[in-house]
Write a protein that binds this ligand. Structure first.
Ligand SMILES: Nc1ncnc2c1ncn2[C@@H]1O[C@H](COP(=O)(O)OP(=O)(O)O)[C@@H](O)[C@H]1O
Ligand SMILES: [Mg+2]
Length: 204
């Protein structure tokens, strides 16, 4: 019999409105998410999307791999790939990654490339997301000064009949819409990074 995994405080990564995330105690390449409320619909919504669109999401660069559930001392946990930098530390989310002061020219160049690359990947993969909270995107260092922006939360849609799961044109429409929301949000909150010209370049 496999004992429950113990999630100690030192393994805690972060928490949002729905779940707390911990480093997996015996496999540091994975993380475990524990819903604050076991009946919370958020993770169920994400798992429904992953199940229905399994084939399409199989080779996604943007979303993390899912490995099933485990019993923990904090309740039922959902195991995902942990988004890691080259040094083995958890990557920063987009909010922590973006400089709050004026970005340097080098920082600006790196951030613009991250956003342009994300736009290309996101529009190609047409991932269904439900909001544009920037803490749900993580910026992973994949080589020296090279980054990949990943999506770690709020994946799927809560609607009863999710057309975007079944029809490519609906998935495309929705992902363009959400991409424009995100670009617009960044333009309004980070005008030193997404200025008017860059905003025009980003939006579709
Ligand atoms: N796959 C992951 N790898 C590493 N850290 C993660 C991962 N998923 C989430 N996190 C961290 O845990 C936090 C909370 O997880 P999240 O899924 O966003 O919960 P919530 O639904 O409550 O917002 C995130 O903001 C992020 O910092
Ligand atoms: Mg979140």
């Amino acid at each position: 019999m496999i004992d429950k995994l113990t999630l100690t405080d030192d393994l805690f990564i972060g928490a949002g409105g729905h779940q707390a995330t911990y480093i997996h105690p015996i496999d540091r390449s994975k993380c475990i998410k524990i819903p604050h409320d076991p009946n919370d619909g958020d993770v169920k919504k994400e798992l429904r999307y992953r199940r229905i669109c399994e084939k399409k999401l199989e080779n996604s660069k943007l979303i993390t791999k899912y490995f099933g559930t485990v019993d923990t001392d904090k309740g039922l946990g959902y195991v995902f790939e942990r988004v890691l930098d080259l040094d083995g530390q958890t990557s920063k989310d987009l909010k922590d990654f973006l400089p709050s002061n004026d970005p340097t020219a080098d920082e600006l160049k790196i951030i613009k490339k991250i956003l342009i690359d994300f736009k290309e990947n996101f529009l190609r993969e047409k991932i269904a997301i439900v909001d544009t909270d920037i803490t749900n995107f993580m910026v992973q260092e994949i080589a020296a000064n090279e980054y990949l922006m990943r999506i770690v939360d709020n994946i799927g849609t809560p609607v009863a009949i999710p057309l975007v799961y079944y029809f490519d044109f609906a998935a495309e429409w929705k992902c363009k819409r959400y991409w424009n929301f995100l670009a617009d949000w960044l333009y309004r909150h980070y005008p030193k990074i997404v200025d008017e010209n860059f905003f025009e370049e980003l939006r579709v």
